[in-house]
Ligand binder design. Sequence first.
Ligand code: CA
Length: 237
Amino acid sequence: MPETILVVEDEPALQETLVYNLEKQGYSVESTADGRSALETARKLNPDLIVLDIMLPSMDGIEVCKTLRRENFNNPILMLTARDDEIDRVVGIEIGADDYITKPFSMRELLARIKAQLRRTQVLREELDKIKAADQTHDIVTFGNLTINQTRREVLLDQAIMALKPQEYDLLLFFAEHRGQMLTREFILERVWGWDYIGDSRTVDVHVRWLRQKIEKEAANPTRIVTVRGGGYRFEG
Ligand code: CA
């Protein structure tokens, strides 16, 4: 998918030139000519980058930039400035723009700056994906040959994915989270099925029996989900 760029420029000739050149580079381009519609379009479109003129009707580019940053718009914003604008403030923390280019500028330079910003975003995204992937590995719990992958809601026994019903999965996960603890049928029923569930603790027994058939070596002689006499169940792992 092409990256989306929002061009905010009130000089018609310059806006047209920008749109033409960016589209020629393969970007998907939207354009507006004033500050308020720039805000609206940015919110709706969530563009990968914004080229934002400072001097604009209705709301200037600095306000647009500050507002978007407050709203957690994190993609690059490249400001177009006139020579007498306060350039130092623009790229600082105060305004939150990533880069600026002073008018008049060459299209080649602008395109180079845009490419650099988009590349930087891409690198950040990839790093974020890596962190997310690492986080997901924490969602995997293993008990011997039994593995529960919470992200995928999958249970593996000896590396093979098991077919578990949603309630069986929820019950197993609940056991896993309370490993070694004695859990009464009522407590399990309340926590796995919920308060409003119409049924009784035999529901728990039935599901435990099904689970045992799937995860125990011998369902009749369970070592993972053990029965606590007069109490309930305990997951041993
Ligand atoms: Ca202007």
